[in-house]
Design a binder for this molecule. Structure first.
Ligand code: GLC
Length: 559
């Protein structure tokens, strides 16, 4: 594998709407991000991905773009954006924008023109299809519920939207559309971006023609999951290779793909040397927990499952490319609430999760608030949710027969709004996020969990993340942490997540006691030093017997 500048870096996702509001409108903004670049620098991050802040009606929180060349006034101006890029560069921070090109907004000029002339050139930027006997062209279910087809009024046509009806899919088969997208991407790269996070990208290739899936319908609505279509769609690589050749290569861009449902044999094409992308996120644990039926039927991820998912991805990618490791993002519940049993959630267990995820081979990512251990919110009513997919999943649970309370409980745990609650800066009203009314309720635990409380506390989770980052960048260990082969240690031992990282001249051993009860185990050989520990001490006797306390994690250098 070719070595790249970004392998040794640490990446951070900012969700602008919830980061910091400087205007008092209850919505975070670009000036808020600018004012916190020093904070991110202090933490030790190098690469920052901004979730969308383009002009948008925010039907799906900005993943519905109505103008790719404008900043939404709620987030600021293009001048703010230019300043953000310049201020970041001054601090040696790289900025990634979110590239959302499977779809745009129905308020985008292209779509408006298409509606005005449903057989004209702009309709070919989308998928406009004739219905069949007054019914939609086929039986695919949108990710956010209901048919993927929406009638085009005054015609017998329908337009395709794999996501919300305000997110019409762009037709990638049309080379004029593709050229428009590449032009827009180059325009952004010329502003000085380092690259892009690439949204929902596997969806750009459709299985054509649009036919029904006649498998037994997977839900009571009689529709068929998009997964069927993705399985049958062949040839996404042609588009992605073209995008690489026409844009990324020229700029040596850093790109991270949101890739679900990739076919295993295609992975080297995605992130091998000269792959379509630099790297892609590992969603294996989250995917394992999902269910075709809906969130209400999701499976709980135990520490054992988490461990096996991580190890499996590591094995699969070992000779393929460099993964991006996450415990959460803006589409997932908070990682600490998901992967740590509720009764064990505390700073010690959060440190354990941080350490195991950071010590995997690959690029570590922090989603805003992860560094201080932000947790899921206890939602008390369905009216509190803003997220379109949560509202749909609530309906799905109710259709399945759940009462209101059970449906709420089912979706509350998985809601994307868990990750979108305002960032907790301090213990002042609204956690210091806004002087106005926050667009989403602040987690009441902000009085304890906030940056101010942790920043100068050497024992805090925030400081622990800093230590992990410092260790990754320590020239004595970087080669091993970045590239060393990962091999599980005592893999069968329940609730122990332990692995070697084999460097050229050294071996590290990560030992994580993913449970309450202490345990004693014998090291495979003598150790040289303790590189990191979430306790003050670790007990290792002369026979190399190590005792790990409640959720203790240690990183050892072996002799
Ligand atoms: C991606 C985004 C998600 C969005 C969807 C549609 O999965 O991460 O937030 O809803 O794409 O753009």
């Amino acid at each position: 594998m070719q070595k790249k500048w970004w392998h040794g870096k640490v990446a951070y996702q900012v969700y602008p709407k919830s980061f910091l509001d400087t205007t008092g409108n209850g919505i975070g903004d670009l000036r808020g991000i600018i004012s916190k670049l020093d904070y991110l620098k202090e933490l030790g991050v190098d690469i920052i991905w901004l979730s969308p802040c383009y002009q948008s009606p925010l039907a799906d929180q900005g993943y519905d773009i109505s103008d790719y060349y404008q900043i939404d006034p709620r987030f600021g101006t293009m001048n703010d954006m230019d300043e953000l890029i310049a201020q970041a560069r001054k601090r040696n921070l790289s900025i990634l924008m979110d590239l959302v090109v499977n779809h745009c907004s129905d308020e985008h000029e292209w779509f408006q023109k298409a509606l005005q002339d449903p057989y004209g050139p702009y309709s070919k930027y989308f998928y406009f299809e004739k219905g069949i006997n007054g019914q939609p062209p086929n039986n695919w279910r949108s990710y956010f519920g209901g048919s993927v087809w929406e009638p085009v009024s005054g015609t017998d046509l329908y337009y395709l939207h794999l996501f919300h009806k305000k997110q019409p899919d762009l037709n990638w088969e049309n080379s004029s559309l593709r050229e428009e997208i590449y032009k827009m991407m180059r325009w952004w790269m010329d502003k000085g971006l380092a690259g892009f996070r690439i949204d929902a990208i596997i969806n750009i290739k459709k299985a054509l023609p649009f036919s029904d899936y006649s498998y037994p319908p997977d839900r009571d609505d009689g529709l068929a999951s998009i997964d069927n279509m993705l399985r049958d769609a062949v040839g996404v690589g042609e588009f992605l290779g073209e995008m690489r050749d026409k844009v990324f290569q020229k700029y040596d861009a850093f790109t991270v793909g949101e890739v679900f449902n990739a076919k295993e044999e295609e992975l080297p094409d995605f992130i091998g040397d000269n792959g379509y992308f630099s790297t892609m996120f590992d969603f294996r644990a989250a995917v394992w927990g999902g269910s075709e039926k809906g969130w209400y039927a999701s499976r709980h991820i135990t520490p054992e499952i988490y461990k096996s998912c991580c190890f499996l991805s590591q094995k699969q990618m070992e000779n393929v490319g460099y993964l991006s490791n996450i415990i959460e993002n803006h589409d997932e519940p908070r990682g600490v609430s998901r992967y740590i049993p509720a009764e064990d959630l505390c700073e010690t267990s959060k440190k354990l999760l941080a350490a195991v995820s950071f010590m995997l081979r690959g690029l570590p990512w922090i989603y805003q608030g992860q560094e201080i251990g932000m947790e899921n919110l206890s939602f008390i009513s369905i009216d509190e949710f803003d997220d379109v997919s949560t509202l749909d999943e609530y309906r799905v649970a109710k259709n399945h027969g759940f009462n209101d309370a059970d449906a709420l409980r089912a979706v509350a745990f998985y809601s994307r709004d868990n990750a979108r609650t305002p960032f907790q800066w301090d213990d002042s009203p609204n956690a210091g996020f806004t002087t106005g009314t926050p667009w989403l309720r602040v987690n009441p635990n902000y009085t304890e969990i906030n940056v101010k409380a942790q920043q100068n506390d050497k024992t805090s989770l925030f400081s622990f993340y800093k230590e992990l980052i410092t260790l990754r960048k320590n020239p004595d260990y970087a080669e091993t942490i970045l590239y060393g082969r990962l091999e599980p240690f005592m893999e069968k031992e329940e609730n122990l997540m332990a692995f070697y990282r084999y460097g050229q001249n050294q071996t590290l051993l990560v030992l994580a006691n993913f449970q309450k009860a202490p345990r004693t185990l014998t090291l495979p050989k003598a150790y040289k030093s303790v590189l990191l520990n979430n306790y003050k001490h670790v007990t290792i006797d002369s026979d190399a017997c190590v005792t790990l306390d409640y959720y203790q994690v240690v990183i050892l250098e072996l002799a």
